[in-house]
Design a protein around this ligand. Structure first.
Ligand code: FAD
Length: 300
């Protein structure tokens, strides 16, 4: 990503999550093979909430790197993870030749409101970044999460986070980068101006690493409402106005999702940011259609 940014080359990446069944995993690999043919610079696999998918995530990451043969990044969270388990996961991916980790705190375990550090574990992503650097030196490329609207825990409601909470969040993000993170991938957003302001604010406080926008194309209305509710994402009025009359028409919602995703990506690329990260939700068509419209992919 740093190389591409230095050369002004546009790059994109695809994120996947571990399916619940073996059949789902096989379907995912078929889809991933087709998607990787379009040339992402990396693909990543999430770590299920609370570590629920640890074994499947490790296995999928291995197959991505060594069978799909795509540069792979594995997400890793601190939830329910004493340091031995964290090292076990890192040693496993290291021995499988994977060099990229998205270091996260994770959400509180199911049924708990607040994140509580597990005995012998870490309290935040900063601890995890520091640990990876101390134990593995420069072996891993480390990515961390950034929140253009501030972390959901400090988003109060319609009005969003206070200026003070947003600034605190940003200062903390800088600490993650100073501790050794190479790249920031952002939380999903639908107001591109908020993302561009966030990048500018990061630059103002001395964060110089690449900041990769996390784009979640709208695939269906219910999923969109669930995700944006969970992440407390601000939805611009024009998006609500466009979706309201078509929300029961799956095809129309998909078409709008492609249109919106395309417009967002075009605006981001026009601002000079040349990296796009697509939250695929394991779906192929919308992400590829967006890339085709913005001419990053030649065929579907
Ligand atoms: P941290 O960076 O540790 O911080 C969370 C917030 O807490 C900060 O923004 C800050 O406001 C506050 N904070 C924490 N420590 C300090 C401190 N020392 N000083 C000041 N403030 C502090 N979850 C999963 O379970 N699995 C995944 O695979 C996954 N992938 C994700 C990918 C991306 C790109 C993003 C954006 C999120 C992902 N998440 C995932 C969700 C993530 O785990 C949650 O948002 C979680 O609540 C916070 O994780 P974090 O790494 O951002 O936490």
């Amino acid at each position: 990503i740093q190389e591409a940014a230095a050369n002004g080359r546009t790059v994109f990446s695809f994120e996947y999550f571990p399916p619940k069944t073996e059949e789902g995993v096989e379907n995912l690999f078929e889809r991933m093979d087709r998607m990787v043919a379009h040339g992402p610079n990396f693909c990543d696999i999430t770590w299920g909430a609370g570590g629920s998918t640890a074994d499947v995530t490790l296995d999928i990451a291995n197959r991505m790197q060594n069978m799909v043969c795509v540069e792979t990044m594995m997400h890793l969270t601190c939830t329910n993870m004493p340091v031995e388990k964290i090292d076990n996961a890192l040693d496993t991916i290291k021995s499988n030749g994977i060099q990229n980790v998205l270091a996260l705190r994770g959400d509180p375990p199911h049924g708990q409101d607040k994140f509580v550090q597990v005995a012998g574990g870490f309290s935040c992503a900063l601890d995890l970044v520091e640990h990876i650097k101390a134990k593995y030196g420069d072996y891993f490329g480390i990515t961390v999460a950034g929140y253009p609207e501030a972390h959901p825990e400090v988003i109060l409601g319609e009005e969003g986070a206070t200026e003070e909470a947003y600034s605190k969040d940003l200062a903390y993000l800088k600490r993650k980068v100073d501790a050794g993170a190479d790249v920031i991938v952002t939380q999903l957003f639908y107001d591109t101006d908020i993302f561009l302001k966030f990048v500018n604010d990061c630059r103002q406080i001395g964060i110089t690493c690449p900041i990769v926008p996390g784009i979640m194309p709208i695939n269906n209305y219910k999923g969109f409402v669930r995700m944006t509710g969970f992440c407390k994402t601000k939805i611009p009025a024009e998006i609500t106005a466009a979706l309201d009359p078509i929300k029961d028409n799956e095809e129309a919602v998909k078409a709008y999702g492609i249109h919106l995703g395309t417009e967002m990506c075009k605006k981001i690329l026009a601002s000079g940011i040349k990296t796009l990260h697509l939250y695929t939700l394991n779906m192929e068509k919308t992400a590829l259609a967006i890339l085709m419209v913005i001419s990053l992919s030649c065929s579907i």
